[in-house]
Ligand binder design. Sequence first.
Ligand code: ADP
Ligand code: ASP
Ligand code: MG
Length: 412
Amino acid sequence: MALYVEKYGGTSVGSVERINAVADQIVRTKAAGHGLVVVVSAMSGETNRLLELAGEFAGQTATRELDVLLSTGEQVTIALLSMALIKRGCKARSYTGSQVHILTDNIHGKARILEIDDARVRNDLAENRVVVVAGFQGVDVDGNITTLGRGGSDTTAVALAAALQADECRIYTDVDGVYTSDPRIVPAAQRLEQITVEEMLEMASLGAKVLQIRAVEFAGKYHVPLRVLSSFEEGTGTLISFEERNMEEALISGIAFNRDEAKVTLVGVPDQPGVAFRVLGPIADAQINVDMIIQNVAEDGTTDLTFTVHRNEYEPAMKLLEQAKMELGAREITGDDNIAKISVVGVGMRSHSGVASTMFKTLAEEGINIQMISTSEIKISVVVDDRYLELAVRALHKAFGLDSEVAPAGTD
Ligand code: ADP
Ligand code: ASP
Ligand code: MG
């Protein structure tokens, strides 16, 4: 008798047929004698539809009311799935985030889970019920509904698994595991049997949306056994492991990328102590997160400073700097939101050199210009023109020996 927390993503519960298929699978696991807490996402496309709808009235800025709206997507699926289970003679009960009491902070749109009161869930489990919980949402101390950011149902599942000390948290999705790169972009990508938490953290934070980064953080912090699997076919998926990887294995575990960033450059700012602070201070005050930063070598007492921000925050960042341009003494402010960041990730990098040179050589051979570079212990990221993203990722995937012989099924 094991206790599993299972999460089904949007595509996995995207239609009546899919909800029925998920219900059948849950009934089978239950019949094998296991305890089950099931976290579901909104049906695929629903969160985007709600966001668009909100755009008709108030824009899409994260507010209390937007969270009230977005949380309804998941509320629909918990109810439907529970009905499907009950129809199959399986005892089930649905709960919203606030009902199971997933307590979060009050940062609407990207709230963090602070605490889970699991008494209600444990009661139901003791009564042999399947507990169906709405992902992506919680409640703050004042009773306001909050949401956890896109992909947040993963985090709900891992946090519940941690609180309940579940035997495994299983993230069921539309791919059969974590791949060396997004199989939709790289047909030759291969499924990984295992990936270390550390590598998965990098992959998630660098754009591999198969797991939300906070879910991986939770798994790491509370040692939650975490597995990514397909809800469409049988298989063992990918285990997020806590062991160090065998160093004999591939140098690079995966290639992540994102198109979510934009680049801002201040041309000709005085090269004096405090310049970076004067530029980035107001950006931070406006709650805009900065990712990569580059400052050029000074010429004629002035320098260029370039940094990247989330694409959603590109306009506000540009506006802020335009306003501060005179004060900063900048000659010009330029920007580009047609960029992509590509990152190679692998713990093997710690003990091997040459990863950067292979990366740069590969891009050079494809004629792709590198605009920015940043490195950490287990990753190297470059910013390139958006147009070359696919070409670059596929070329790097091949250059690092990650290509499989046969393309995985269903990803042509
Ligand atoms: P869900 O709705 O189930 O949460 P997501 O769309 O959030 O699913 O995440 C699954 C998707 O993540 C896959 O369809 C795939 O396109 C994408 N993805 C990106 N990088 C990877 C990767 N390295 N391995 C597997 N899938 C990836
Ligand atoms: N429904 C939310 C989203 O689309 C949360 C999730 O699916 O994890 O981002
Ligand atoms: Mg997801």
